[in-house]
Design a protein around this ligand. Structure first.
Ligand SMILES: [Zn+2]
Length: 81
């Protein structure tokens, strides 16, 4: 998995997690609410783990910034990524 794909998955997880948590918050049943919000948090953490594991420079393994867009050049070794 390259860093651009990892970033996309990270964003999708983020979006999905917020939608799930908002939906969970408006559920009338408290037990369901907690369960759905927990699922949202798990999706969020999963996205974070994917970002930390794969959002890296393929040359020096330096971690890229999680926010914004992928840089064209690695901030650590200067190679085109
Ligand atoms: Zn690098």
């Amino acid at each position: 998995m390259d860093h651009r794909k990892a970033r996309k998955i990270f964003w999708i997880c983020w979006l999905l997690a917020s939608v799930v948590m908002v939906l969970g918050a408006i559920l009338p049943d408290e037990k369901m609410q907690k369960a759905v919000i927990t699922i949202g948090i798990i999706i969020f953490i999963l996205g974070g783990v994917i970002a930390i594991c794969f959002m890296r420079c393929p040359y020096c393994r330096g971690s890229l910034n999680l926010r914004g867009f992928s840089p064209d050049y690695c901030p650590y070794c200067g190679k085109k990524i």
